[in-house]
Design a protein around this ligand. Structure first.
Ligand code: URA
Length: 182
């Protein structure tokens, strides 16, 4: 599957009930040849309206962390576990994640990043370890087929600013790892 086929498959997807309610599929933003990929949880309201991941309040905060670490938002690839918005922004259900994972696997296969950074516990539990504890394990690097780590989700920082200091440290560590590849 290439990017065009992936876009078409997502546009037509009705593999889970969220497909009936979306305004727009939210597939990706950024550089399709990026060495650094960020994976969030699921689109929110602004993302559902625009079709672009991380453009709402959480996304704007995320962009500030990228900038603070000297990373241009256009040079990285950003996507989510789910491509459609869950109602009232509730957590993605396991069945919804399962239905959508094939699209993320295709994104990883096409982009071929060196580093995958999960934003929040939902992505970390799905991609790194089902027992991942974000308060305990954020900022740790895991080596498998890719270098992986997880940061607090930017929405969690909006709710609890005391997590911001740790997140800046984690993002700086991600940037240092990333610079080994660019
Ligand atoms: N939260 C996410 O996890 N992803 C988005 O795209 C927006 C908010």
């Amino acid at each position: 599957m290439n990017f065009k086929q992936l876009e078409e498959a997502c546009e037509n997807c009705q593999k889970c009930p969220l497909g009936q309610f979306r305004n727009k599929v939210v597939l990706e933003r950024g550089n399709r040849q990026a060495k650094l990929m960020f994976v969030g949880e699921a689109p929110g309201g602004r993302e559902d309206e625009t079709g672009i991941p991380f453009v709402g309040p959480a996304g704007q905060l995320f962009d500030r962390y990228l900038a603070a670490a000297g990373i241009d938002r256009e040079e990285v690839y950003v996507c989510n576990i789910l491509k459609c918005r869950p109602p009232q922004n509730r957590d993605p259900l396991p069945a919804e994640q399962e239905a959508c994972m094939e699209y993320l696997r295709t994104q990883v296969r096409l982009v071929k990043p060196e580093i995958i950074v999960c934003l929040g516990r939902i992505a970390a539990m799905r991609l790194i370890d089902p027992d991942f504890k974000i308060t305990r394990d954020h900022g740790k690097f895991y080596k498998g087929s890719f270098r992986m780590c997880a940061l607090y989700h930017p929405s969690a920082l909006l709710r609890d600013p005391s997590k911001k200091e740790d997140t800046l440290r984690d993002m700086l560590a991600v940037a240092a790892e990333y610079r080994k590849f660019v």
